[in-house]
Each structure stands twice: as C-alpha cells, then as structure tokens.
Design a protein around this ligand. Structure first.
Ligand SMILES: [Zn+2]
Length: 245
C-alpha cells in the first residue's frame, strides 16, 4: 500500500492569500518508520530537552513561532532545509501538490479543487505502478486541522464527490484525518506544502527547490504538481512552463 500524507498551506479563509495549496508525501507502507526516525533525530539535536514535543511546521520554523521561539534563526532555517533534504535524498519519495488560485476556480471551493487534483493524480500514479506489474492500493492521510470544515465534509461524501471527478480506482478507503502532533509524516507534508506555498505565493524557491525534483514525474513530465491560475495571469512556474512547451 502507498500512503499519501497531506497538509494545506494558506488558509482558504485568509483573503491575503491568492492561492490555496495542498501538498504532501506518498510512500510505500514500510517507509514512514524510517523517515519518522530521521525527523526525531533532527528534533533531538535542535531541542534535546523535549524532542518529541518539537513539531515541524514550515511556517512555525521559519518565523520562530511556538516551540521554535528562542531557536536561533540560522538553526531554524538549517533545520527546515535539512528536513526537506531527507525527502530530497530518497528515491522512495513521491510528492504531490496543487496550488489553486482562488480567482481561477471561483465560485468553486479552491480547496475542493486542490483535493480533486491531488486525488486524481495519486490515483493515476497507482495506476502507472499497476501497469508495471506492481499493484498497490492508496490511502490518503491528512492533518485533521486541514480545512476542517470542507475537506472533512468532502471526505465524508468521498464516494459520491470522488465519482464526480472521474472514478478513483486505486484508493483503499476514504481519507483519514490525524493529529499532526501524532505523526512526523504529516509534519513532512506540512513542510512540503509551506515550501510550495512560498514558491507560488511569494516567488521564493529557496525551500521548494530542495524537493521539487521529487514531485511525481515520468519521462521528464511532472504529473504530481499542478497550478490552476487565471488564464490572463502569466506564470513561469514549473507546471505552466511544461503546459506551454
Ligand atoms: Zn504556474
């Protein structure tokens, strides 16, 4: 089975954000243990007194909030880069992400559209594995704080809503919601989502570039990342460049 851990960045209710971003990390079922241990080890170095209490969330790390308050700026920035580097260094990691410009999908719910994109692309990834003789089911695991109202509602009606998007053949069950404090894997998803948001929202590729090569791709074509934007708004991101060429 493949597990896709998801988190959002850029609240759908915050009008200052043009984009809603949903992104995360897909791994084979045996991998999360190893990746969690790597993040535990990093937490141990940053905060030896209480490593288990140190939650990795992109926004908190870079702005020194919550448990990251009092950690020197350089240490925080290095820790974020190192955590993303763990994902970047593994060929077992398949990233998925969707950046949805609100104006591009209005009056639709941008988070619903982002979720639709990710579900479809994860399903197609599993279909590709199946064609290669590696049949796997997929399960989506999302941060429970993620867009609490609409994404959870969507999950509740997943079978009917999912049907509207074209049948999802390879998912084992409806998405599950977990507390991000309880799993390091959702924390990885948050760090990917935050790096992706900075890329699309602020044009800052510093952290996105560390992991961008891990978005699901085949033969040089990126399938795992999508950008929905108004047609009139030019964009030179990796997705829009690819669409033009
Ligand atoms: Zn773009």
């Amino acid at each position: 089975m493949y597990l896709l851990y998801l988190d959002d960045s850029g609240s759908a209710d915050n009008p200052a954000d043009r984009h809603v971003v949903l992104a995360g990390v897909a791994l084979f079922e045996r991998q999360p243990h190893w990746f969690s241990e790597r993040l535990d080890a990093l937490a141990q170095r940053v905060w030896p007194d209480n490593p288990a209490g140190l939650e990795f969330r992109g926004g908190d790390i870079l702005s020194g909030r919550k448990h990251w308050r009092g950690v020197p700026r350089q240490v925080r920035h290095d820790a974020y880069a190192e955590a993303l580097g763990i994902l970047a260094g593994s060929g077992q990691v398949h990233l998925f992400g969707a950046a949805v410009h609100r104006a591009a999908v209005s009056p639709d719910d941008p988070m619903e559209r982002a979720f639709e994109q990710i579900c479809n692309r994860f399903d197609k990834f599993l279909a590709r594995l199946h064609r290669r003789g590696n049949t796997q089911r997929g399960l989506i695991i999302a941060d429970e704080s993620t867009y609490e109202t609409s994404l959870q509602g969507l999950a509740r009606d997943f079978r009917t809503v999912g049907h509207r998007w074209g049948q999802l053949y390879n998912l084992a069950d409806v998405p599950l919601f977990v507390n991000s404090r309880a799993t390091r894997m959702v924390q990885y998803a948050d760090m990917v989502a935050y790096a992706t948001r900075r890329y699309f929202e602020k044009g800052d590729a510093t952290y996105f570039d560390i992991v961008s090569h891990r978005f699901d791709a085949e033969g040089g074509v990126v399938h795992g990342l999508t950008h929905l934007r108004p047609a009139a708004e030019p964009c030179n991101c990796v997705c829009c460049r690819q669409k033009r060429s």
